[in-house]
Design a protein around this ligand. Structure first.
Ligand SMILES: *Cc1c(COP(=O)(O)O)cnc(C)c1O
Length: 366
């Protein structure tokens, strides 16, 4: 071996990822292989512009900074590690895109076959690219997400393939680490936590995470949970399944959430709200995040921000309140929506003066 100034051997370096950061809080055994891409430890940044608009201290948790650009990686590292521990050879999921992207990556890392069932149409381009890149087998189902999830339940009950949707309890366990990180970063729970709600696993996981820390004495007060569905896919708000969910926020285009009960429990135990926001409100919040805060999340992620803007219009927040918005996935996953709602660029000849004139710089200012 060489002198102390050289790099430590790869095997000696501290691994990164939620399975190490929170190993005492997760159902790991000494036999659990840790399948990781370095997920978690995502930025929690203050949002001064939004804070002024809302009248409370707003923070953004940038879950798009995860390895496959959504929070799904927190649960997938846990679920795929357990699948390997249990000797599975293949994993399967139904997905609006991000679960598939995450499953494909972690399965590849684990040497497992990955099968993904996608609803026909409406899966964002970056998600399709990501799934294909990692070599998953993709089946497009002539139906919506809820129907694809039914097929997963059927296949996993009958054949030797492990389901890695959030009906897999290890997914939820892994996703509790988002709550742990927020408390560890702020030293307390925020007054409110705001987030989108689709299949409702994530709101259930966050609430479980906060309660786990609370019961262990790591956290005094609990946050109030604010969940937001898209108006065209709001079964929890209306109290009945939506047979044909529709929204621009494709990640939450779900009419029959698998974790419906636990989401309602999170709402009620925390004294919170699950409300809905229109596609117009979602897109307005999505654009505001870009123009006001320099943050690019996908449309579904902006539902939480749209929600707090809606509540703020009704005078909901008090000075001194803090709000953490979970921005669940990265905007680059859905470039089509970004481009379709943004201003179109202008094309000009390659002439400096023409460009200057276009920009409104007078000739005398050159
Ligand atoms: C999966 C997903 C959601 C919804 O999370 P649920 O746990 O299904 O409620 C929201 N936003 C993005 C970007 C997602 O990928």
């Amino acid at each position: 071996m060489s002198d102390g100034s050289s790099m430590p051997e790869l095997s000696q370096r501290t691994p990164q990822g939620v399975l190490w950061a929170y190993e005492n809080w997760l159902p790991l055994t000494k036999d659990t292989p840790r399948i990781s891409l370095g997920e978690g430890n995502t930025p929690l940044i203050p949002a001064p512009g939004l804070s002024r608009k809302v009248g409370a201290e707003v923070y953004l948790k940038l879950e798009g900074a995860n390895p496959t650009a959504s929070f799904k990686d927190r649960g997938m590292t846990m679920a795929v590690s357990k699948a390997r521990e249990q000797g599975a050879e293949a994993v399967i999921c139904a997905s609006t895109g991000n679960t598939a992207a995450s499953a494909a990556a972690y399965a590849s890392r684990a040497g497992l076959e990955c099968i993904v069932l996608l609803p026909e149409g409406k899966v964002a381009l970056g998600k399709l690219a990501s799934v294909a890149h990692c070599g998953a087998r993709v089946v497009t189902i002539q139906g919506n997400f809820d129907e694809a999830l039914e097929i997963v339940r059927f296949l996993t009950g009958k054949y030797p393939v492990q389901g890695v949707n959030s009906i897999n309890p290890y997914r939820i366990e892994g996703q509790t680490t988002g709550a742990f990180e927020i408390v560890d970063a702020l030293g307390a729970a925020p007054t409110y936590q705001a987030m989108p709600v689709g299949n409702a696993g994530n709101i259930s996981a966050y609430w479980r995470g906060y309660k786990t820390y609370h019961q262990a004495g790591r956290l005094k007060g609990l946050p109030i949970m604010l969940g937001f569905q898209a108006a065209g896919a709001a079964p929890i708000v209306t109290g009945k399944p939506v047979p044909h969910p529709e929204t621009v926020a494709s990640a939450i285009r779900i009419g029959r959430p698998a974790s419906w009960q636990t989401a309602v429990q999170a709402r009620d135990e925390s004294g919170g709200i699950i409300d809905m926001v229109t596609d117009e409100e979602i897109i307005a919040a999505y654009q505001l995040l870009g123009t006001l805060e320099g943050v690019f999340c996908e449309p579904a992620s902006a539902a939480g921000v749209a929600g707090i803007l809606k509540l703020a219009r009704g005078g909901f927040f008090k000075a001194g309140d803090s709000v953490v918005c979970i921005l669940t996935g990265h905007g680059l996953k859905d470039p089509e929506t970004a481009i379709s709602v943004a201003a179109q660029p202008v094309t000009l000849p390659a002439d400096g003066q023409v460009v200057a004139d276009y920009l409104g710089y007078g000739q005398n200012r050159s």
